[in-house]
Design a protein around this ligand. Structure first.
Ligand SMILES: [Ca+2]
Ligand SMILES: [Ca+2]
Ligand SMILES: [Ca+2]
Ligand SMILES: [Ca+2]
Length: 135
């Protein structure tokens, strides 16, 4: 996967110049986990809860923490849910972290609402800005 990163990063910089620089490389790396054919976008086929969970769970302890969501989404931006808020939206059992089951449950309902330009694929910026909206 590492060798594909320059391509992915290049696409992201074109798509989102404003915050591409402050976005951690790790977010792009994790997006690349979802983007299996490395075209810089995540299609419906590529977007599934298990893969997203793996992309989020940076330390592979089978729990997604606030910090891991934060790292994936990048810095909080004005008017958006914080990483902690987003965890709460999906955290059905209220333990403050997400299991793969909780991630999958949310993901199943989410593709359409994340795909804000309705081109049937998700960019990293679509994924980050819409991730776990309350509705
Ligand atoms: Ca793809
Ligand atoms: Ca973890
Ligand atoms: Ca939980
Ligand atoms: Ca789209």
């Amino acid at each position: 996967m590492k060798t594909l990163l320059p391509c992915v990063c290049g696409c992201l910089i074109l798509l989102s110049p404003a915050y591409a620089q402050q976005m951690a490389t790790t977010a792009a790396e994790r997006f690349a986990t979802l983007d299996r054919n490395a075209d810089g976008e995540v299609s419906k086929d590529e977007y599934d809860g298990t893969t997203l969970f793996q992309a989020l769970d940076a330390d592979n302890n089978n729990r997604v923490s606030v910090e891991e969501v934060q790292a994936f989404l990048g810095p909080d931006r004005d008017g958006q849910l914080t990483a902690a808020d987003r965890i709460r939206v999906a955290d059905f059992n209220g333990d403050g972290e997400l299991s793969d089951e909780e991630v999958r449950r949310v993901v199943e309902m989410r593709f359409q609402s994340l795909d804000t330009d309705h081109d049937e694929v998700l960019t990293l910026s679509e994924l980050q800005s819409g991730f776990w909206r309350p509705r």
